[in-house]
Design a protein. Structure first.
Length: 231
């Protein structure tokens, strides 16, 4: 499915607007961890369910589905394990992104057809624009810019953290050498300080880089594989 191009600033604003809508409903300001399940059900007024989507749809890598006609989001039950809480919450927020950003595109695409208007999220489609937009929305929703900035500043100060080395020269209880090797520590400290208990370290380090708070000057990506499983 083709979707119109959206600037990151637009997606950021749409996610912030959804949080504002939920805050108006509950009557108070919310802080991380963002209650994404309640936000979906109350701010979007749609049904949330957990089902064996792989069995139902016959798609072996499906994680979530958005049913426009039914006003429903379904998440595959494989994500209900406690070990996958970050992946679960990110998928919930990702599907919320499809609803907010793409349901009108789906309506337009199928308005003269009899097909059910659905969006199925598969791992193999992760690089497609529609999935990238939903992913970016999810990161903005679960890790609001002002909350990430606040937590980062409390830990590391006002200046961006520069990463020049792959391996650390030193790492102790008081100070450490920011490096590709220690990116899980960088993410973890921001998560603990900001209360981001429902996101993964991988999601946080990507968010920190997108916001320009962590700048990687090496040729090695800050990924799970290259962290030598320190995450």
């Amino acid at each position: 499915m083709k979707v119109p191009w959206l600037p990151q600033s637009k997606i950021e604003n749409v996610a912030a607007d959804l949080i504002d809508r939920y805050q108006m409903i509950v009557g108070h300001e919310i802080h991380p961890p963002v209650p994404v399940e309640l936000l979906i059900e109350r701010a979007l007024d749609i049904t949330l369910g957990f089902e064996d989507l792989r069995e139902q749809l016959g798609i072996d890598d499906v994680l979530g589905a958005t049913y426009v006609d039914k006003r429903k989001i379904s998440i595959d039950t494989s994500l209900l394990s406690e070990r996958l809480e970050g992946r679960l919450c990110f998928t919930l927020a990702h599907e919320a992104g499809h609803w907010v950003l793409h349901r009108n595109v789906v309506d337009h695409g199928y308005r003269t057809e009899s097909e059910c208007r659905n969006i199925f999220c598969r791992k193999r489609d992760a690089r497609k624009p529609i999935e990238w937009q939903a992913d970016y929305f999810a990161s903005c929703l679960l890790m609001p810019e002002k909350e990430v900035n606040r937590a980062f500043e409390m830990v590391y100060g006002e200046k961006p953290l520069m990463i020049y080395n792959v391996k650390s020269e030193f790492c102790g209880p008081i100070s450490f050498d920011p490096s590709v090797e220690t990116w899980p520590m960088i993410a973890d400290k921001v998560m603990d300080t900001g209360g981001f208990s429902n996101v993964s370290k991988q999601a946080m380090i990507i968010r920190l880089q997108k916001l320009g708070l962590v700048r990687n000057a090496t040729n090695v990506r800050l990924t799970w594989k290259e962290s030598w499983e320190l995450a």
